[in-house]
Design a protein around this ligand. Structure first.
Ligand code: ADP
Ligand code: MG
Length: 276
């Protein structure tokens, strides 16, 4: 299939909205009926689990990478059509992690879902650079601040270094006036513009609620922008919450959005696979 399956969500620095983007892109695609796996590969600053109210009962990506658990053990169903692989946030876990195994994790998931989204740590360390080459394409995330542009150009160099592909740039936390336009920033960097997400108070509220924005406040400006971005990136039309309801009706599993069930990647994935 020529379609891109694995996306790395990357940025030059932290705090620009990578995790927000991973969670909401994934949820928008799941609402549209696509099978999605989101992977927290920000091994040093893992926080994806909190964004979706996931408290991993046992295994995390760290355990998989250190050979102590299988990928199935560390895969948790988040909602209809979407599973998550959280990272541990113990510093000790981190030190024992062997990031090279991430390639195997990604290839395993690639065979089982329509989209794999990897939330990548900022910076130039091995575990941040590795996923850029594992992905079919890299989504660059930056805020409109001038410094962010410079950070992103460094990330583009890293993508080149590992023979990766840049999908384009998503500009987050934009303000209606005063900022340099996303088009101008993307043009300066020589990459495609994938969209922009406005600064929106609903984003923070959704993090506190532990619910993806596109579910928590589906009509908010940022949620609408995230659905548009999902369509620009993948071609998948996400109609939002009503599509989610329809998808949930199709599914035999009754998932509640606030309790993530453990360890059922195979069943979670098989449920949804049309030709299983
Ligand atoms: P990263 O993963 O790049 O470190 P996060 O996704 O954790 O970034 O976002 C960092 C902070 O910025 C979070 O508190 C989040 O709620 C906030 N944030 C992200 N995007 C927006 C937005 N569009 N509007 C308002 N706040 C946002
Ligand atoms: Mg993050």
């Amino acid at each position: 299939m020529p379609q891109e399956t694995v996306y790395a969500i990357a940025s030059g620095k932290g705090g620009v909205g990578k995790t927000t983007t991973t969670v909401n892109l994934g949820t928008a695609l799941a609402q549209a009926g696509e099978q999605v796996a989101i992977v927290d590969a920000d091994l040093g600053m893992a926080n994806l689990a909190g964004f979706v109210s996931l408290s991993p009962g046992s295994a995390t990506l760290h355990d998989v990478l250190s050979g102590e658990a299988s990928i199935e053990d560390a895969t948790y169903r988040l909602a209809a059509n979407i599973v998550g692989v959280p990272s541990g946030n113990e510093l000790a876990d981190y030190a024992e992690t062997e990031p090279d195994g991430l390639g195997e994790v990604v290839e395993t998931l690639r065979d089982r879902v329509d989209y794999v989204l990897i939330d990548v740590g900022a910076g130039v360390s091995h575990e941040s650079v590795l996923p850029l080459g594992l992905a079919d394409a890299v989504v660059l995330v930056a805020t409109p601040e001038p410094a962010a542009v410079q950070d992103v150009s460094r990330t583009i160099e890293l993508v080149d270094r590992v023979d990766g592909e840049v999908a384009g740039l998503l500009v987050t936390r934009t303000h209606p006036s005063g900022d340099v336009s996303p088009e101008t920033i993307a043009e300066k960097l020589g990459v495609a513009e994938l969209g922009s997400i406005p600064e929106d108070r609903a984003v923070r509220a959704s993090v506190y609620a532990g619910t993806p924005l596109v579910v928590h406040a589906p009509e908010s400006d940022a949620a609408v922008a995230y659905r548009e971005f999902a369509t620009t990136l993948t071609g998948v039309e996400s109609a939002g919450p009503s599509a989610d309801d329809a998808a949930a009706d199709d599914s035999s599993t009754a998932d509640s959005e606030d309790t993530a069930s453990h360890g059922d990647v195979s069943s979670a994935i098989t449920d949804a696979e049309p030709d299983a």
